[in-house]
Design a protein around this ligand. Structure first.
Ligand code: ZN
Ligand code: ZN
Length: 301
């Protein structure tokens, strides 16, 4: 940890300015201020930009290098004098990580070890799969080759950006095995990835986490006592989103286990719980519990 901190400090002090060369206009219409040092480009996914007095941290890249370049440009516009650009990713999925080649040379890529292992195992396969979804995806992802990170960490890395600190955290598996959370101090802003969402049914991807491990992660997140939360696929909110996510997951889990013990199939339980959620929360953009209910059914008890 000590050597990592020294490396990061050295990197921050480096003189080369990667951001100063970005002069194209920023996309103002989708950029929102979340807290004193945190901005968000609202899109698919939402992207966080944490601005300190001498360095900037971007969380997530957008889908493919073209989007990555746009994000880097916005980061440069927000802090034209910053001499270092850090990049991290909430998880290995292509809309979160495959824009990395669009970032300028000298960008310091950092992520947790578990996420990097997932990336090495499934990253290219996911890029290839996403590229088949549409002609636009093919164009955005064609020929993308991911580079290894400059820095990896096990459970926590702290980056001092100047007057603001970003704690990059790995608390365990949830949506994926390598879900990363970023806690910004003194703002008390949590960049929560898929782990804490807003009015959105969660989803465990492949052999990512389990409902139980997701709940355990949320207990650790709750201890951070965040004031602002920026999820990646839903609207920003306040710290109450953490308890709401925990309640939602434990409620769906309890209901799914009850239906399982009554002999209902996972598909039927998923349909029933999704329909009930839709009735309970007519304003939610996503009440599809089918995938999560399957995860509950296959979870070792
Ligand atoms: Zn994902
Ligand atoms: Zn996503």
């Amino acid at each position: 940890m000590k050597s990592l901190l020294r490396l990061l400090t050295l990197a921050v002090l480096g003189a080369a300015s990667a951001c100063a060369q970005m002069s194209q206009p920023m996309i103002d219409e989708n950029t929102t201020k979340i807290s004193d040092h945190v901005w968000a480009i609202m899109g698919f996914p939402n992207i966080a930009i944490v601005v300190g007095s001498h360095a900037t941290l971007v969380v997530d890249t957008g889908l493919g290098p073209k989007n990555g370049a746009t994000v880097a440009r916005v980061a440069g516009k927000l802090a034209p004098n910053n001499t270092k650009l850090f990049l991290t990713t909430t998880h290995f999925h292509p809309e979160h990580a495959a824009g990395e080649p669009g970032f300028p040379p000298g960008t310091i890529l950092i992520r947790n070890v578990v996420q990097q292992q997932e990336m090495e195992k499934h990253g290219q396969e996911m890029i290839n799969r996403f590229a088949t979804f549409s002609a636009q995806n093919q164009e955005l992802l064609g020929g993308v080759v991911l580079r290894p990170p400059d820095v990896t960490f096990d459970q926590q890395a702290t980056i001092d950006l100047g007057g603001v600190t970003a704690r990059l955290l790995w608390f365990g598996g949830a949506h994926t095995k390598g879900d990363e959370l970023t806690f910004v101090e003194p703002d008390r802003t949590l960049i929560s990835g898929d782990v804490v969402q807003n009015k959105t049914m969660p989803n465990i991807f492949g052999d990512g986490g389990t409902p139980a491990s997701w709940l355990a992660v949320l207990d650790k997140v709750a201890a951070l006592n965040a004031e602002h939360i920026l999820p990646d696929h839903s609207a920003p909110g306040d710290g109450s989103l953490v308890a709401a996510e925990r309640d939602l997951i434990s409620e769906v889990r309890t209901r799914a286990l009850a239906l399982k013990s009554q002999g209902l199939s996972a598909d039927d339980a998923g349909k029933q719980i999704s329909a009930d959620l839709k009735t309970q929360h007519p304003d939610w953009p996503n009440t599809n519990a089918a995938g999560f209910v399957k995860s509950v059914y296959t979870e070792p008890q």
